[in-house]
Design a protein around this ligand. Structure first.
Ligand code: NAP
Length: 519
């Protein structure tokens, strides 16, 4: 059993409270213990502000990108070991583990490349300068400067690798030190990855700190230049927003929260078309990848009434021989959900939705996972439901964070589809499938404002479009309303969270010399 340690003030620590035990979700065997009670969070913040921040701010983008490149390299060297830990830490299949672990190293590499493009400055110019007087001398220029505080990262349980490093990549490149806190239940993988980085001695003092479990009183000690980037449930985000520092010190808070992501089929697409097959593939991927525990997974499937039976058959065919179990071999295509608490929530959620639906396949009953000990493991069957009434609010409000999606029949009219999608009150991503430009245009302009990302699929991209659930470093991740209202990634855009925009006014020549840009 591994004892998870926290890396604070440049050394490893274990708390003095009762251990919290982490379990292999396929076997329910204990795998690690976490204990952060009594750790000095105030000093951790002070240390990162005093050492990590100044060092990073002195470095330019190329140098910061160099750190990210090294991090990616040393993690990649340990890839096989990390993939195995991922399996036993959160029940991930090899494919799911790659999605998480390779997603982390790829995002670090992507931001490393961005660093080399941004060049030998440590801050960015925002837009062109403006003349502020009749002469051309007195100008105003907006600049984006790294905040002289600490970026506190609070992550959800479902992506212990990617979630940790996608945030670190943007914060480091922007010039802020990080204190990273994974969700306790799957923190083992994040711990092992942070340990690889610390052991490699590639980061300057105070740049990276890590809390292996509960963050204690950390949020009580935040200051006005600190940032919290949170990923998790909307209810947790709502609770955290009430902290004094966010209310009274303008500590920045970014939330990536729940989302009832939608996929909508246009009335022109027929069963068996290329677009139909793409639609089915994307639904099946999102229901089963990471056992449906993806914030971007399709939860609501809008289909013209005439095609509901055919869609149910297509999804059923695609999922027919899917094997669920302990992912010790390739044949297993779906693992368990990540924890006992998750299992309880997912089963309760399926029961709630099923009370207003017909079950096409699956359900809330316990199932035996292949290769798992008899009666053990947090396994749930992939579950497809058909709503009895697509307007019932439960389908637009209850996020079941597991291998479950609901078919919501609609008329095929873009206006009705858009109205139903908007009832989710803000999504991370939605996808629409049609070759009818008028229908796609209507959907685009009515649905886009309710989403952080909108994938418009027509036959020209039916063989190249990525699954909508895949988050890319150069595309925005986040969404309005219920999805948290936050923004991460999107290339340079993601760095905005960690910077202050300042309008500098003065003599053009003096500002040009001082900033090192030709204004
Ligand atoms: P969660 O229960 O809200 O926990 C998220 C994180 O918040 C964990 O690290 C948790 O730490 C921490 N936390 C909880 N209470 C806290 C407090 N009072 N002070 C400081 N930290 C606190 O969510 P989850 O169960 O891990 O994740 C599932 C949810 O996340 C789903 O609703 C899903 O939609 C959402 N999600 C969203 C995205 C996105 O990008 N939008 C991505 C993934 C997941 P402990 O584990 O130590 O309690």
């Amino acid at each position: 059993m591994v004892t998870l340690k926290s890396y604070l003030c440049g050394s490893w620590h274990v708390g003095n409270g009762e251990d919290k035990v982490l379990f292999n979700p396929s076997t329910e065997e204990p795998v690690a213990v976490s204990n952060t009670k009594g750790l000095d969070m105030k000093s951790a913040l002070t240390f990162a502000r005093a050492h990590g921040g100044p060092t990073l701010r002195e470095m330019n983008f190329v140098e910061r990108g160099g750190l990210l490149k090294e991090m990616s390299r040393v993690l990649y060297e340990q890839r096989e070991r990390l993939l195995e830990i991922s399996r036993d830490c959160n029940g991930a299949t090899r494919g799911d583990s790659k999605f998480d672990v390779d997603g982390a190293t790829a995002t670090l590499s992507s931001y490393a490349r961005l660093g080399s493009k941004l060049g030998d400055k440590g801050f960015r110019i925002d837009g062109k300068s403006n003349n502020l007087a009749a002469n051309a001398r007195y100008i105003g220029q907006h600049v984006l400067l790294p905040r002289p505080g600490v970026a506190v990262h609070i992550n959800a349980f479902n992506f212990p690798a990617w979630g940790t490093f996608e945030k670190i990549a943007t914060a480091f490149l922007a010039g802020m030190p990080v204190i990273s806190k994974p969700a306790t239940s799957t923190s083992w993988l994040a711990y092992e990855m942070i340990k690889v980085i610390v052991d490699a001695e590639i980061l300057p003092k105070g740049v990276l700190s890590f809390i292996a479990g509960s963050s204690g009183d950390l949020l009580d000690h935040l200051g006005p230049q600190d940032v919290v980037a949170f990923t998790g449930a909307a209810s947790t985000a709502a609770h955290l927003r009430g902290y004094d520092s966010f209310l009274n010190k303008s500590t920045r808070f970014n939330a990536e929260a729940d989302s009832l992501n939608a996929a909508i089929l246009g009335p022109d697409v027929e069963p068996g078309d290329d677009l139909w097959n793409l639609f089915v593939r994307n639904i099946v991927t999102d229901m089963t990848q990471k056992a449906g525990q993806k914030c971007t997974a399709i939860r609501r499937i809008f289909v013209p009434e005439a095609h509901v039976d055919a869609l149910e058959e297509s999804i059923q065919d695609a999922i027919f021989d899917l094997k669920v179990g302990y992912p010790t071999e390739k044949a297993i295509r779906m693992g368990p959900v990540a924890s006992a608490a998750q299992l309880k929530d997912v089963r309760a959620g399926i029961q709630q939705l099923a009370a207003h639906s017909d079950i096409v396949f699956g359900g809330a009953e316990p199932i035996q996972g292949l290769h798992a000990p008899e009666g053990k493991g947090y396994f749930v069957a992939p579950t497809l439901l058909r709503a009895k009434d697509s307007h019932n609010p439960i389908f637009h409000e209850l996020e079941v964070f597991g291998p479950c999606a609901t078919i919501l029949p609609y008329s095929g009219e873009a206006s009705e589809g858009a109205d139903l999608i908007a009832r989710g009150e803000g999504c991370l991503v939605s996808s629409a499938y049609s070759n009818n430009r008028k229908w796609l245009k209507d959907i685009c302009f009515s649905v886009a404002p309710w989403n952080g990302r909108l994938q418009l699929c027509s036959k020209k991209v039916s063989d190249s479009a990525l699954p909508p659930g895949m988050v890319l470093p150069n595309q925005l991740h986040g969404g309005p309303g219920r999805a948290g209202g936050g923004e991460e990634l999107g290339g340079e855009r993601g760095m905005g969270l960690y910077c202050n925009r300042v309008a500098l006014q003065g003599d053009r020549l003096m500002l040009s010399k001082l900033l090192g840009f030709d204004l």
